[in-house]
Ligand binder design. Structure first.
Ligand SMILES: [Zn+2]
Length: 140
């Protein structure tokens, strides 16, 4: 297993906790809910190992990763009925493969444009986060 102690996705330290809340593990990834909820229901699908890009995975690993992302996107569609789901994989500096899964709503924030990485506008109460997590889990 590739592991980098300086990577918060690997170490699962407080930097990770400050940004997102674990929802569950899937076949080859862990799913998190972003605390910043400008895009209602936004999640992050994080690969189980410290690998930088989809191109670093075997065909089987890549298929399993995309299938995990597919499951999360389907759950988000069922739970929140967005008009479109966006997918973002950047990680220029944090080189641990993860896919932002971002529900978008017609007339809502960044509709027709790239979503903002961290708009720092909308944060919820713990109960509200748990409510979103339950809605996603119920549909996974
Ligand atoms: Zn890592």
């Amino acid at each position: 297993m590739s592991f980098d102690e300086n990577c918060f996705y690997c170490s699962k330290n407080q930097d990770l906790d400050s940004l997102m809340i674990k929802i569950c593990d899937l076949d080859v990834s862990t799913v998190y809910l972003f605390k910043e909820q400008t895009y209602g229901g936004r999640c992050n699908v994080v690969y189980k190992e410290h690998k930088s890009e989809i191109a670093d995975l075997t065909e089987e690993e890549a298929a399993a990763f995309i299938n995990d992302a597919r499951k999360v996107a389907k759950a988000i569609r069922k739970a929140f009925n967005p008009d479109k789901v966006n997918y973002g994989a950047f990680a220029d500096t944090m080189k641990h493969l993860h896919l932002h899964i971002v529900p978008k709503y017609e007339g809502g924030p960044s509709w027709g444009k790239t979503f903002e990485m961290n708009p720092q506008k909308i944060y919820l109460s713990d109960d509200e986060y748990q409510n979103l997590i339950c809605k996603i889990k119920d549909n996974l």
